[in-house]
Design a binder for this molecule. Sequence first.
Ligand SMILES: [Zn+2]
Ligand SMILES: [Zn+2]
Length: 205
Amino acid sequence: MIKKRFYLIAAALVLLCGMLIGCSPQADASCGEDAVCEHEWQDATCTQPKTCIHCGLTEGDPRGHSVRIGTCPVCGEKSTELLPAYNHIMSELNSMVDAFTKSAEYLSDSYDFVTDLYQKEYVSKARTELYSCKRLIDRAIAFCADYEEFSEVKNKLNQLSAIIMDEKIMGEGSYKDIRSEMMNAHTKSLAILQNVLSDMKNLLA
Ligand SMILES: [Zn+2]
Ligand SMILES: [Zn+2]
């Protein structure tokens, strides 16, 4: 009799232990595919979607940085979304500086005393450089596209374009007049270009 009761108690204990240590899908996510996690969500961040802190499940998309280029004010990381366009624009701007510098060389004072023929040639060479500036400007503007971040740069490049393609520079006229217009335009253009370069630098900050 005592033996029988002992077996019953033992059996009950085994059953109880089984229930306690056994797999309970509701509570334990490690139990297998059927496991149900009671998700506790961490809000989405700039770079991570909404994520369960227990099982790592994600929902939706990351919020994305609050800027597309430069330092994100929310997380402090650098956003690189517009970096490819930025680098293209910078490359055109650097070539522009070179072309402007070359065109200025043809306007140097020392050419004042050369013959008419050379004067015409220098104007023509300076114009060639300005035309290549114009092509570089057009390409840079194309890379600015409709991105709001580059809208100010685009405005300034359009001003630049108008200055160097002015009739007083590209049209008919005396060497003296054209050269003086070119020199004015050159000074204005370089100032604008420096402005654009500083705008670009600020975007990256
Ligand atoms: Zn979870
Ligand atoms: Zn961010």
